[in-house]
Design a protein around this ligand. Sequence first.
Ligand code: PMP
Ligand code: GLN
Length: 382
Amino acid sequence: LASRLPQVGTTIFTVMSALASEHGAVNLGQGFPDFGCDPALLDAVDAAMRAGHNQYPPMTGVPALRQAVADKVEKLYGRRYDANTEVTVTAGATQAILTAILAVVHPGDEVIVLEPCYDSYVPNIELAGGRVVRVPLTPGSFRPDFDKIAAAITPRTRALLINSPHNPSGMCWTEAEMRALDALLAPTDVLLISDEVYEHMVFDGLPHQSAARYPGLAARAFIVSSFGKTYHVTGWKVGTVVAPAPLMAEFRKVHQFNVFTVNTPMQHALAAYMANPAPYLDLPAFYQRKRDLFREGLAATRFRLLPGEGTYFQCVDISALAVPERDLPEADFCRWLTQEIGVAAIPLSAFYGDGFDQKVVRFCFAKKDETLVEALKRLSRL
Ligand code: PMP
Ligand code: GLN
């Protein structure tokens, strides 16, 4: 069979979670919480199902949820999106990103990704027949390098994908960087796909720099978010995309033949739950405390901490560990760490097309404190 994606195997997240469960390891690999969501959210699902919200919803999403999202974006980022024409509910951010790409990328179009990047972007572009143009983030800091981005833009560039807060590094774009991007794209027709699934996990009082805050960027952007991250329900697979009406019209043409609709009771539950903004407003403090607990524990080990401004991931350099396995390729090190030390992690090389190996691995700290403490105990042996 002539594969559409010959390079692609099973995702690293699936592989590492399977290995962690096979070896009874503490799973700090794949990004998901090991604690439950707010019981009030579960009650809202139950109420929605019992109220009879169990058939197809509108293709674009339940109106109350689209309105709640539009209201939130306006309140937090100051841009008004029309809930009817500019907001769509998706089956997670994953579908939103794929659908946006399929909607606008023509065969042969160039699409720029900033590496390291989330593992679905490149195969998504390839499925659309696009040409992937990889631009590295600055090594070490993972900050955008505007000279390199500018050099990558050509008349064939159709879109640029950005992700802030950034998986895997936790780097968050600054206002100055967003303005620099705005200025860079202003004379072009390049579209922006802004993956903001960790929008509510930005620490140390920093604001989230949504593309929605910048009119020049928002006018060309699909902005993607995910309830899975925000409400500790990654398995629900409900996300959203907002975009100006002409872009959204194209998005919906693909969406209706891709998933058509997204499950109904979850949408009603999320809409009801969003009436109380406390859960997402409390999220930075909630995860900052976990980040600090995890970083303080790691600071006492030979793992060298990289910055952690946002997301629920912490990257560490392994090159100063006291064990010879520190010299293994990152992916082999992560397998060894899972099997022998009992802690699963994700190699950063999985986020690069060429498997670039910089002796850095990613841990997820969206875990109960006791899980983090147990992981730290095991890691402190190295
Ligand atoms: N983008 C990034 C950067 C992510 O980390 C994730 C979650 N792993 C996704 C998209 C996908 O989100 P969802 O689970 O809502 O599809
Ligand atoms: N986004 C999550 C991570 O980066 C995992 C999602 C997945 O398994 N595809 O760990």
